[in-house]
Design a protein around this ligand. Structure first.
Ligand code: PMP
Length: 413
C-alpha cells in the first residue's frame, strides 16, 4: 500500500503535495537531488513553481539545443499525437514521421551511414550497436576507453570506463579491454578478434576531452585493417552541439556505426544508430527479428525530431555553437579557472578544485538563477552546454556572472 492514498483516486491533483510525492514515491538516484519544482519551460528558461526563471545553461544535459518548447517542435508533436501515436512494433508498418526523419538524416550523413535504426534512448542505441557489431563480425571482444560513458544498461555499462560505476554490477560483458583515451597503444589492442571499438569523439561525462585528430585517424585505419567496426557514440556531441551536425565531421573520420539520442528528439525521447545497409543486414536474418523494440522510433518522437532537425539546419544555429565557444573562451579567464575545454557549445570549465566548483555552481543557481552542473566523472569541471538559441547579450552576461562566482569562491592564490 502506498503511504498515503489520494483522497479521490480520480482527481488530477497530486495526492499529498508535489514535494511529498516526489521524495516519497519517485525512486531516487541520489540523496541530494537538485529538487527544482518545474512549472513550465520556454526558450532558455526553466520556470519554477515559486515563480523563479532559471537560465538552463546545460540544456537538460545536451538535449534542449533549440531551447524549451520550440513552437515548430511543439506543433509537430501536437499534430502527430492527434494523427496517430503507437500503432505497431518497430519495423513493420510504414509511418511517415519515421521514414521522413530517416531520409532527412541520411541526406545529411555519408552514404555508408545511410540507414537508421530507431530506439528510445542513448543507452539503447549503444546496446543495439554492440549487438550489431557482434552479429556482423561474428566476434565478441570490444575495446573501449577509460572515462568513456555509454549509458547505464548492462551492455553500455560494460564499455563505460569508470570502475566506480561498473564494478558494483559485474559480472557484465566479458572481453572488454579498456585503454587510455588518445593513447596510441590502443592500436595494438585492435586485432582481428575485436568486434568493435567504441568511443566518443569528444568524451562528455569524462570531462569534455576531445580526441586527437591523428590518433582518431589511426584508430580508423587499424579498424579497417582488422575488420573491426568503429562505433562513435555521439549521443552527447550530436545534433549541432559542437558546431557541426556530428562531431566526427570535424575529424574527417567516418565510423561504421554512429549512435545518437539526447538532442535528436527536440525534447522527446528518441535515439538511433546509423550504419550501412550491409551491416544492418545482420539484424534481418538468422533469425529474422533478432533485434526489435516496441516503442523505438515512436511516431510522435520522430515528428518532433524531424521538426527539430529542419529548424536546426534552416536557422543557422550550428554556427551559433562556434560563437558560443569564442565568447566563452574570451570571458572565462582569471582566478580559479584552469582552462575551457571542448568544442562549440559542448564545453567544460576546468576549475582549481572541487570545493570551488561546488560553491561556484551553488552560488550561480541560488543567487543568480543560472543552472550549471558538473560531469559524471569529474567534480572539478563545470559543464557548459547552453541552448544554441541563447542570445548574445544573455550569454555574455551569464558568462561574466560565472567568471565572477568562480573568482569569489576560489582560494587566494
Ligand atoms: N552516451 C553518452 C556519450 C552520453 O552522454 C549518454 C548520456 N549522458 C549516454 C550515452 C546515455 O544516454 P541515455 O541517458 O539516453 O541512455
Amino acid at each position: 500500500m502506498p503511504a498515503e492514498l489520494p483522497h479521490n483516486p480520480e482527481s488530477p491533483e497530486v495526492p499529498g503535495d508535489d514535494l511529498q510525492a516526489f521524495y516519497r514515491h519517485v525512486a531516487q538516484t541520489s540523496d541530494a537531488p537538485m529538487g527544482l519544482e518545474i512549472e513550465s519551460a520556454y526558450g532558455v528558461f526553466l520556470c519554477t513553481r515559486d515563480g523563479r526563471e532559471i537560465i538552463d545553461f546545460i540544456s537538460g544535459i545536451a538535449v534542449s539545443s533549440l531551447g524549451h518548447g520550440h513552437p515548430e517542435v511543439v506543433r509537430a508533436v501536437q499534430e502527430q499525437a492527434a494523427r496517430h501515436m503507437h500503432v505497431m512494433v518497430y519495423g513493420e508498418f510504414i509511418q511517415r514521421p519515421q521514414s521522413a526523419l530517416a531520409a532527412r538524416l541520411a541526406s545529411l550523413l555519408p552514404d555508408s551511414l545511410g540507414r537508421i535504426y530507431f530506439v528510445n534512448s542513448g543507452t539503447e542505441a549503444n546496446e543495439a550497436a554492440l549487438k550489431l557489431a557482434k552479429k556482423y563480425t561474428g566476434r565478441h571482444r570490444f575495446v573501449a576507453f577509460w572515462d568513456g560513458y555509454h549509458g547505464d544498461t548492462q551492455g553500455s555499462l560494460s564499455v563505460t570506463g569508470r570502475d566506480v560505476y561498473r564494478i558494483p554490477y559485474e559480472p557484465l560483458l566479458p572481453d572488454v579491454t579498456f585503454c587510455d583515451f588518445n593513447d596510441p597503444s590502443v592500436l595494438e589492442l585492435i586485432t582481428d578478434e575485436v568486434a568493435a571499438v567504441i568511443l566518443e569523439p569528444i568524451q562528455g561525462e569524462g570531462g569534455i576531452i576531445a580526441a586527437d585528430p591523428d590518433w582518431l585517424a589511426a584508430v580508423r585505419r587499424r579498424c579497417t585493417e582488422t575488420g573491426t567496426l568503429l562505433i562513435f557514440d555521439e549521443i552527447q556531441s550530436g545534433f549541432g552541439r559542437t558546431g557541426r551536425l556530428f562531431a566526427f565531421e570535424h575529424y574527417n573520420v567516418v565510423p561504421d556505426i554512429l549512435t545518437m539520442a539526447k538532442a535528436m528528439g527536440g525534447g522527446m525521447p528518441l535515439g538511433g544508430l546509423a550504419s550501412s545497409s550491409e551491416i544492418f543486414r545482420a539484424f534481418m536474418y538468422d533469425p529474422p527479428l533478432n533485434h526489435v523494440t516496441t516503442f523505438g522510433g515512436h511516431p510522435v518522437s520522430c515528428a518532433a525530431a524531424d521538426a527539430a532537425l529542419r529548424v536546426l539546419m534552416r536557422e543557422g544555429y550550428m554556427e551559433r555553437a562556434s560563437e558560443i565557444e569564442l565568447l566563452t573562451r574570451k570571458i572565462l579567464r582569471g582566478k580559479g579557472i584552469v582552462e575551457v575545454r571542448g568544442r562549440g557549445a559542448m564545453l567544460g570549465l576546468q576549475l582549481v578544485d572541487a570545493d570551488t566548483t561546488r560553491k561556484a555552481v551553488a552560488h550561480c543557481l541560488n543567487e543568480h538563477g543560472i543552472l550549471l552542473g558538473w560531469t559524471l566523472h569529474s567534480n572539478t569541471l563545470v559543464r557548459l552546454a547552453p541552448p544554441l538559441i541563447i542570445d548574445r547579450a544573455l550569454l555574455e552576461q551569464t558568462l561574466m556572472i560565472i567568471r565572477d562566482a568562480v573568482s569569489m569562491m576560489a582560494p587566494a592564490s
